[in-house]
Design a protein around this ligand. Structure first.
Ligand code: HPA
Length: 270
């Protein structure tokens, strides 16, 4: 894996991806942060050596290098999901490449269902902690100790200082920002009523199909990490309405401007 990472890093450095400080992963329906980036270089995923690009969707995926508020950022427009048939090592490979390029902070966004019924669709949730329900770990492979500590500490996976700053920014800008626990499932099917009930009993406030693998690897690499969920549907097991993915994407883009404000203002402080 180290050889593969180095090949991708060398390719990207030759394309002008120099000295990035912050990595950003944009979730489903949340691509417009790109409009805030002064773009210096961009590359399609399918041109980057060893990037996982097995699905049609990911021929559209791009890695973008540029500046937001003067800070050098790498933005992943489109991420990899376990439900597309990738492994957890594939899903998190770009995080390892971004770290090798030099990022010290990773910011992640996603679309998620609200398990906590005090949280409404269209609102945002700052992830304070998570529950990994994807059935395995992106660190469960032979040789992981060559890239970082195998028994990675997860006592504070989301950076406390960044989260405090996010909350202050939300307050200043009148943005409702909940805080809670995100549970990651494999998907791609949505949850049954019984599963939503289980997630609530477990202590989850939101559920989605991403983010946790990338955050685990960010902690493996000792990056400062933070993540925000855009709540796209309300998961009330006693009153469950059918949802469809286009509604989820539509709701994500409605809440997107607030997420962009939070990310942009946070980056100014880093
Ligand atoms: N469940 C899982 N993933 C999701 C959901 C959901 O309800 N909403 C958006 N992503």
């Amino acid at each position: 894996m180290i050889k593969h990472i180095n090949e991708a890093v060398e390719y990207l450095q030759n394309k002008g991806f120099e000295t990035p400080e912050i990595g950003i992963i944009l979730g489903t329906g949340l691509g417009k942060l790109i409009n805030e980036v002064e773009i210096l270089a961009e590359v399609s995923y399918n041109h980057i050596p060893n990037f996982p690009t097995a699905t049609v969707e990911f021929h559209k995926g791009k890695l973008i290098y540029g500046r937001i508020a003067g800070k050098k950022v790498i933005v992943m427009q489109g991420r990899f999901h376990l439900y597309e048939g990738y492994t957890l090592q594939d899903v998190t490979y770009p995080v390892r490449v971004m770290e090798k390029l030099g990022i010290t902070t990773l910011l992640v966004s996603n679309a998620a269902g609200a398990i906590n019924l005090n949280f409404k669709k269209g609102e945002l949730m700052l992830i304070d902690d998570h529950i990994n329900l994807q059935g395995s770990s992106p660190l469960a492979f032979n040789g992981v100790e060559k890239l970082g500590e195998r028994f990675t500490d997860m006592s504070a996976p989301y950076n406390k200082h960044i989260n405090a700053t996010f909350k202050a920014i939300a307050k200043t800008n009148n943005i409702k920002l909940h805080e809670g626990v995100y549970a990651s499932v494999v998907g791609p099917q949505l949850e049954t009523r019984a599963e939503y009930k289980m997630l609530k009993i477990m202590g989850a406030d939101a559920v989605g199909m991403s983010t946790v693998p990338e955050i685990i690897v960010a902690n493996h690499l000792k990056l400062k990490a933070a993540a925000i969920s855009v709540l796209t549907d309300e998961c009330d097991p006693d009153n469950l309405k059918p949802v469809n993915i286009s509604e989820i994407i539509e709701m994500a883009s409605k809440a997107e401007p607030n997420m962009i404000t939070l990310f942009k203002e946070l980056i100014k402080t880093l």
